[in-house]
Design a protein around this ligand. Structure first.
Ligand code: SF4
Length: 520
């Protein structure tokens, strides 16, 4: 028997609500059919949120994390219009989510997006998520391939240039694609359903292309690293391979049980050889075998700080955005700084940070003195620098615990207590769905309920051992159901024992409630 979402999609395609959005805006959210409200609007990237009824969230598409100052100002204006409800988050897919707007604002909002070349279409439910790519593509002196154009082309294929593409609105489940052109696996290829990693076809390194990985995903039931498809593609075949592989998944993927509908379950059922053969058949031409080795040879970079670009005399400056959170005033100011010091170009990273590009050598010192950098530093301490957090129960309906405020407070408390010799990447997910990718972190948390002194309290399962960059692999759960109120001691001990943390002289612990993010 078809599950509820398959039935809903069969009755009416999610994208059909695009033609109804003006009517929805006029009738108000309470009059919208429940399936349209709770599910189909997500095909437009618009989310009804039970925790803020009448105040919606929109998830954009920012391919390769590329955003310019005009686009940022448009997003800032959307957040600003929401008043005290308005807030934006940079996500772990180099994307932006904004919250707090009423349904009445959606038609005008979409017009604003269109005017600056942005779209939120097909960014949720059983669609392909934001296409990630190397965040310093085109400016990295050591890059192997500039991924920007490919990421945009793949998005244009999947979304019909942002207008919506019915060919890809009914996948069995969501789908993640990453394209890496650098040596440090900056997109976490291994956790994507489909990933392209740089590889030369021959030892002579003459013909550049990509080895293809498939099937990586996180869910509450299973965590799987992507496996080799034994395919190498030239850059000009990347879009066609995406299309062919997605058609195979769309037409053959398992749909009965939504817990078992991601691509890896089809690969499990068929075996990788049959899956490869079907993709090849769909491509209509032979696929080359994978190159013997890929070019991921570096430790992963976080792009924070000042770095020379391949363009002589220019630099990119990575700013740390604590837990990815921004308000309208921050976004306007990012746009202003990008215009004043660069050419308006910015990049988002999977660590939820922001990069201002094309800053001349002469202007770097002045940029580093800007007041905004007190909030979003170019040189954060070694704990704040590696902090990543999902939405948590402030807004996410399936969250088990609060994450953003809690993670910030704990990090500040630990930073005030310890000196760390190197960056420790701590990722917080409010539930086992693992949106903050705790399994790729040095220390990762997934929210759960725990017991303390006979009472049920907020807790986390703790993951360790995740490595990124060369030979990346996923961490495993090392402690279960640790009460959140014990984390200062537990994590402090881990930092000392495993990461060489040294207690600060006169280290002053902050109170747990220090400097919380305003709740929208
Ligand atoms: Fe929500 Fe869980 Fe994802 Fe966090 S990990 S955003 S709590 S679904």
């Amino acid at each position: 028997m078809a599950n509820k979402i398959e039935t809903l999609k069969a009755e009416k395609d999610g994208l059909a609500v695009k033609a109804e959005i003006q009517r929805f805006a006029e009738m108000g959210w309470e009059a919208i059919d429940d399936d349209d409200l709770q599910h189909r609007l997500k095909w437009l990237g618009v989310f009804f949120r039970k925790s803020t009824p009448g105040r919606f969230m929109v998830r954009m598409r920012i391919p390769n994390g590329l955003i310019n100052s005009d686009q940022m100002r448009v997003l800032a204006s959307v957040v600003e219009k929401c008043g005290e409800h308005g807030v934006a988050d940079i996500t772990t897919r180099q994307n932006i989510q904004m919250r707090g707007f009423p349904i009445e604002d959606v038609p005008e909002m979409f017009e604003k997006f269109r005017a600056v070349g942005l779209t939120s279409v097909q960014s949720a439910m059983d669609n392909i998520r934001n296409i990630t790519g190397s965040p310093v593509a085109g400016i990295d002196a050591n890059e192997l391939y500039d991924t920007r154009e490919l990421a945009i082309q793949v998005q244009n294929l999947l979304t019909n240039n942002g207008e919506g593409n019915p060919a890809f609105t009914n996948l069995p489940r969501k789908f993640n694609i990453a394209i890496a052109g650098c040596r440090d696996n900056s997109t976490h290829a291994e956790i994507n359903d489909l990933a392209f990693v740089p590889a030369f076809k021959e030892e002579s390194k003459e013909t550049f292309g990509f080895n293809v990985l498939v099937g990586g995903f996180f869910s509450s039931k299973r965590i799987a690293a992507a496996v080799p498809l034994d395919v190498w593609v030239a850059p000009e075949d990347v879009v066609a391979l995406c299309e062919a592989l997605l058609i195979v998944f769309r037409d053959n993927g398992l749909r009965e049980n939504r817990q078992k509908a991601r691509l890896m379950y089809l690969i499990d059922e068929w075996g990788i050889e049959k899956f490869r053969a079907e993709v090849e058949k769909q491509m209509g031409k032979p696929l080359a075998a994978a190159a013997d080795k890929d070019e991921i040879e570096w430790e992963k970079r976080d792009h924070i700080g000042v770095h020379p670009q391949k363009q002589s005399g220019l630099n990119y400056v990575g700013l740390q955005v604590p837990v990815g959170r921004m308000y309208a005033s921050d976004m306007y100011e990012f746009a202003n700084l990008a215009d004043k010091y660069g050419d308006g170009d910015m990049r988002l990273t999977v660590e939820q940070n922001l990069i201002i590009t094309n800053v001349s050598d002469a202007l770097v010192p002045e940029l580093l003195q800007e007041p905004l950098l007190e909030k979003f530093p170019a040189c954060p301490d070694n704990l704040m620098r590696g902090l990543v957090s999902c939405t948590g129960n402030q807004f996410c309906p399936v969250a088990i615990v609060e994450t953003k405020n809690r993670s910030l407070a704990l990090t500040k408390q630990l930073s005030a207590t310890y000196d760390l010799p190197k960056v420790v990447r701590i990722h917080w997910s409010g539930c086992p769905n693992s949106c903050a990718q705790p399994q790729v972190a040095d220390i990762g948390f997934t929210g759960c309920k725990a017991r303390k002194e006979g009472k049920v309290v907020d807790g986390v399962d703790i993951y360790m051992g995740g490595t990124v960059g060369k030979d990346a692999h996923l961490g495993t759960c090392v402690m279960e159901k640790v009460p959140c109120e014990d984390l200062y001691e537990v994590v402090g001990k881990l930092l000392v024992d495993r990461f060489g943390a040294v207690p600060k002289q006169n280290g002053a612990a902050l109170t747990h409630s220090a400097e919380l993010i305003a709740v929208g």
